[in-house]
Design a protein around this ligand. Structure first.
Ligand code: COA
Length: 255
């Protein structure tokens, strides 16, 4: 197994680290499978009380590996990416994230399923699905407007431009903004407080906080996933991925 995902369990806390920094922590199918397995294991293990997802001080994640999109696109609902997305949506214990640097695509949309988010002041969030000829995923088409309001959601999802840590805190996506060198430490301090609390109460409170909309979230993920899979093979996405690989601007003028 590769070291692209590191999983460390200590004192009731599972820390999952994206560790593919040379490729900006972009996520391959194999990494999604490891992430889904690690989440399922932490949820099932009564000794584990919370999970932290983190990246590197300079990069959280550049989103899905674009080479994977081209060569081995997710073929059905059982694909590792969808298993991971359902895993974060239905994770029953506290889920925290520490985000520094760019958080692109799923690097941002996964945060809408976290309970607490710490950001370095270099964090840059973006959901450029339209720019890639795709549609939002991870139920972000439902959760982003709920959190940010329609017009800010439309700006984030239609224009797809990055917004910084301060703006993310203003809309409620981020709890605390700190220097990048302090983000992971702060997330560990927060999760240690949670791990000291009664687990049954944490789990029940999280369930109440999610306002019983988990069926709606999973249904939206399926709806988005079907569209996403179809659009991956269409000309706009092929042009966007080809342009990224060739380091040129995409040309959508005929699409
Ligand atoms: N998939 C595959 N490889 C990726 C990647 C991705 N999503 N993002 C970055 N990489 C690779 C680059 O190809 C490059 O590889 P190389 O060194 O072998 O040439 C390496 O990571 C460094 O990336 P680079 O673009 O040079 O870094 P940067 O610091 O200039 O920019 C980002 C960082 C994250 C802003 C930029 O890489 C980016 O926009 N990535 C694509 C994001 C994206 O569209 N993701 C899909 C979302 S659904």
């Amino acid at each position: 197994m590769s070291n692209d995902i590191l999983v460390h369990a200590e004192a009731g806390v599972t820390t999952i680290t994206f560790n593919r920094v040379d490729k900006k922590n972009s996520l391959t199918a194999a990494m999604y499978a490891q992430l889904a397995d690690a989440l399922a294991a932490a949820d099932a293990d009564p000794a584990q009380r919370a999970v932290v997802l983190q990246g590197h001080e300079t990069i959280f994640s550049a989103g899905n590996d674009i080479g994977d999109f081209l060569n081995a696109p997710p073929s059905g609902e059982g694909a590792p990416v969808f298993r991971f997305l359902r895993g974060i949506a239905s994770f029953s214990k506290p889920l925290l994230a520490s985000v520094c640097g760019p958080a692109v695509g799923v690097g941002t949309t996964l945060l809408f399923h976290c309970d607490l988010v710490v950001a370095g002041d270099n964090a840059a969030f973006s959901m450029p699905f339209v720019n890639l000829g795709l549609v939002p995923e991870a139920a972000s088409s439902l959760l982003v407007p709920q959190m940010m309001g329609y017009h800010r959601a439309a700006e984030a999802l239609l224009l797809g431009e990055p917004f910084m840590a301060e703006a993310a805190q203003e809309v409620g996506l981020v709890n605390r903004v700190v220097p990048p060198s302090e983000a992971n430490r702060l997330a560990q301090a927060m999760v240690a407080k949670l791990a000291a609390k009664p687990l049954a109460s944490l789990v029940a409170t999280k369930k109440l906080l999610k306002q019983g909309q988990s069926a709606q979230v999973l249904a939206r993920m399926d709806e988005e996933g079907a569209l996403f899979r179809r659009m991956l093979g269409e000309p706009a996405a092929r042009e966007a991925f080809g342009a990224f690989m060739e380091r040129r601007k995409p040309d959508f003028s005929k699409l």
